[in-house]
Design a protein around this ligand. Structure first.
Ligand code: CJB
Length: 829
């Protein structure tokens, strides 16, 4: 009955099914309407951005209708929902994905064709919100896609950075950063909600007292306040619900005209406004590295506080009791970035809503779950007690209280002083600091890693003491990717071929890709499979030439490593091998080398010297190789600037070989590995992160495995790893490393790569030299298989057919079953 009433409401306001119709005629009419009434344009007088904006608005209307219907359904059923807290999102372009989800790609194409417009050109206009650094942010966006598709009542909270991840340009071989002005031509997808705003406090001091009813109370007297306003972006599921991503923007609390009488105050007020807005100005560009900066802590607290206040409002709005908060919400902490939420929820419950500590703690511990995304020590967040106490004095008290009760519990259990010091929320070695991973772990009912291996290492290393204390708290959810975006939208050739053979079921049930197995040896099918790949490679070839000026041949093997630049990911291992090939070709020993184009892309954190030097090394090797007539017939090297989601969508479909070569034990999961394999690339990789599970699924014979295992790496280290020994004893390694400092690279500059050379010879913290031979040997095998195209294609088809596990739909289902205990509420249309 209720559903009918919302439908009739939609009809009454002109949002009925026929008003946001999905036929070619409906879309054409709505598009022209937007162009005229929203933008004041007629088709003859438009810029490409007008056309894109009008189309985006047309589609947003349709997305909003789904979203409003979903909310209506969630509310009616009073379902338990999920709030995903993430400091980063990387949604990528929305338009193409939304067209797929609404099932109107063809209709839209035709509608535009009738207006003499081309959908692909319009899609190409869209930029993207770079509100994240890499894997972690992209995972959050894949999860939004799957939450919506599965009909999980959910909301994604985050920060609306005015400037996202920097734009990367390559100048004279070096990475240069420029600001990302993603909002400069407007953002048609978001809706500002001025009425949804909250005040967030900072600094000052606390006052403790006992009130008239003998209740102990704490007042926080801040020294500044900032307002957070909600900006909503609808995220559509595939032929199903819509959810929202709600991002907070910081603003000054008062409008700043309160003291216009006094010019001096007026300017001070303006400054205050600007200072307030600083909080959401810019994303910190560090991946896997904590910045320790005050503003970063403020960002984290700011978005967490707005989000929790919003959830409390949503929860109590319908007369529900706050004490039942945990029955209504599961909150997932995407890494420790939002982990101050544990203390903030306690503060809201105890100080602002007068719930007793013990009960508040029960509610809190039944609300949060924490996902760890890295074991790298430099990425484990810690805030010094002095900084945290200055910015969030009340939270520091709460953290101390949580800690003292927790340590008491340990003492009761007979824990030793050493163990207690290790597990404490406060690290007392050096300057005292708060260990955010410990806060998140103590304050959550579940803790998960992001691949089987990573979850195992999390339990045996970083959070070992906690896993012993609470074994049931720890679980694994292997990452997955939005296969609709990364195959159906970005590789339509492959998607069509798959659907022609096995139907459309794979779009919502990726496991059904297994039906492709039976075509793996079918010669005709293999030929079509290769045709699709060649087409995608040809398209990428054009893009590469446009971006870098380098001409590459789509018939070559496309060997690709795209991801953030980091020593642990070992881009330089791939470079060492390329140098070895170069030297072999110069020696005339070209037998067994399959003609290859090596493609790199990825950003380095602006302050990470060695990562930037690795980029410089890639561009130096690229110049050397590409300009050498003797060499460039066999190999080419490309560094594509400014890797982002949009570029990724061009690269994955065109890859033959996927490089997943991190030192074992360092890559928590990896998700690029999944996107490549789903697009038919074979993987050369170590037993790290989700590579382990990919190999298990696709079969050892369809995966190029090399390198030491996690255990072997530890063994090597225990035995006292001496990289210099490999240099002395291994002719090839010596030759390649000497080449780095020979001056043959970078116009005779012998010093340029010395830091890398010394790093490898003296420490080699990621054991490249130890794994080098094994990597090179595996490359020989890659070349051999490549030379047998039937064999290669068969493996490629089998890879795709066996990748069913790696959809983010499966990951979200796992979160629902193992962690959140929430059920889907699908809308019926
Ligand atoms: N990850 O992107 C980041 N940033 C961090 O600060 C920590 C981890 C990555 O998260 C991905 C999603 O879980 C993982 O696939 C990847 O291995 C990890 O490095």
């Amino acid at each position: 009955k209720h559903n009918r009433s919302i439908e009739s409401y939609f009809e009454s306001i002109g949002a009925g099914a026929s008003d946001v119709g999905l036929s070619k005629e409906d879309i054409k009419k709505a598009f022209l309407h937007k162009l005229f009434y929203h933008l004041g344009r007629v088709p003859a007088l438009t810029t490409p951005n007008d056309l894109y904006t009008a189309m985006a608005l047309t589609i947003r209307d349709r997305a909003l209708r789904k979203f409003v219907r979903s909310i209506e359904e969630f509310t009616q059923q009073d379902a338990r929902g999920v709030a995903y807290l993430s400091a980063e999102y990387l949604p990528g372009p929305h338009l193409g994905n939304n067209l797929l989800n609404l099932h109107i790609v063809e209709e839209t194409k035709e509608a535009l064709a009738e207006l003499d417009l081309d959908l692909d050109e319009i899609l190409d206009q869209e930029g993207e919100p770079g509100l994240g650094n890499g894997g972690l942010g992209r995972l959050a966006s894949c999860f939004m896609d799957s939450l919506a598709t599965l009909g999980i009542p959910s909301i994604g909270y985050g920060i609306r950075y005015e400037f996202g991840i920097f734009k990367q340009e390559i100048k004279e071989g070096w990475q240069m950063e420029t600001t990302d002005k993603w909002l400069h031509s407007g953002n048609p997808w978001e809706i500002v909600r001025p009425e949804i705003s909250y005040v967030v406090k900072f600094g000052g001091r606390t006052e403790h007292r006992t009130n008239g009813q003998n209740r102990y109370e704490v007042d926080w007297l801040p020294d500044s306040e900032i307002k957070g306003t909600a900006y909503d972006t609808p995220i559509l599921g595939y032929q199903s619900n819509g959810i929202i991503m709600r991002l907070w923007k910081a603003e000054a609390v008062e409008s700043f005209d309160f003291s216009v009488y006094n010019i001096g105050d007026y300017y001070r007020a303006v400054e205050k406004k600007l200072r307030s807005e600083n909080i959401t100005k810019v994303l910190y560009p560090n991946d896997e590295n904590l910045s320790g900066k005050e503003l970063r802590l403020k960002q984290q607290y700011f978005f967490v506080s707005c989000s929790l206040q919003d959830m409390i409002r949503l929860h109590t709005m319908q007369g529900r009791k706050l004490k039942k908060f945990h029955e209504k919400f599961a909150i997932q902490l995407n890494d420790t970035h939002p982990s101050i939420a544990v203390a903030e929820l306690m503060r809201l419950l105890v100080d602002e809503h007068e719930i007793e500590w013990d009960e508040a703690w029960d509610i809190t511990r039944q609300t949060f779950a924490y996902t760890n995304h890295t074991l790298l020590p430099e990425a484990l967040e810690k805030w010094t007690v002095s900084l945290l106490g200055r910015i969030l004095p009340r939270h520091l008290e709460i953290i101390y209280e949580i800690n003292s009760r927790f340590l008491e519990e340990l003492r009761d259990k007979g824990y030793s002083g050493d163990q207690i010091a290790r597990m404490s929320l406060i690290d007392e070695q050096g300057e005292p600091s708060v260990r955010m991973a410990h806060l998140a772990t103590v304050g959550s009912f579940k803790v998960n890693g992001v691949s089987e291996l990573h979850s195992r290492l999390l339990k045996s290393q970083v959070l070992n003491d906690f896993a012993d204390l609470w074994p049931g708290k720890f679980t694994n959810v292997t990452n997955g990717v939005a296969h609709r975006r990364f195959v159906a939208v970005s590789n339509p050739g492959l998607a069509n071929l798959i659907s022609e053979k096995i139907g459309f079921g794979w779009l919502t049930n990726l496991s059904s890709l297994s039906e492709l197995e039976k075509f793996a040896k079918d010669e005709k099918f293999q030929q079509r499979w290769r045709d699709v790949k060649l087409q995608n490679k040809t398209a990428l070839t054009r893009f590469i030439e446009e971006q870098t000026g380098v001409k590459v041949d789509p018939d070559m093997l496309f060997d690709v490593q795209v991801k953030r630049i980091h020593e642990y990911k070992r881009q330089h291992l791939m470079v060492l091998h390329i140098i070895d090939l170069y030297l072999r070709i110069k020696d005339g020993k070209t037998e067994n080398i399959a003609p290859s184009t090596f493609i790199f892309a990825g950003k380095a954190a602006p302050g990470y010297f060695l990562a930037k030097l690795i980029i410089r090394l890639i561009t130096a090797v690229a110049d050397l190789v590409n300009d050498d007539e003797e060499v460039n017939k066999l190999i080419k090297v490309v560094f594509l600037p400014n890797f982002n989601v949009k570029q990724a969508q061009r690269v994955y479909p065109a890859a033959d070989l996927s490089e997943q070569i991190s030192m074992a034990g360092k890559e928590a999961s990896g998700t690029g590995n999944m996107k490549f394999a789903l697009n038919g690339a074979l993987t050369i990789g170590t037993l790290d992160g989700a590579n382990v599970e990919i190999r298990e699924e696709v079969g050892d014979e369809n995966f190029f495995l090399f390198g030491q295992t996690t255990e072997e790496i530890q063994q090597t280290r225990r035995e006292g790893y001496r990289p210099y020994q490999y240099y002395e004893e291994n002719e090839k390694i010596k030759r390649v490393l000497d080449f780095l400092v020979s001056g043959e690279l970078a116009n005779g500059d012998k010093d340029l790569f010395k830091p890398l050379y010394h790093n490898l010879l003296q420490q080699d913290p990621y054991q490249l030299l130890k794994d080098f031979d094994s990597y090179c040997a595996k490359k020989e095998e890659v070349f051999k298989v490549w030379n047998d195209q039937e064999e290669w294609t068969k493996k490629s088809i089998l890879n795709v057919a066996r990748m069913g596990k790696f959809s983010s739909d499966r990951s979200i289902q796992d979160y629902c079953d193992r962690i959140w205990q929430v059920k889907p509420v699908k809308i019926q249309e």
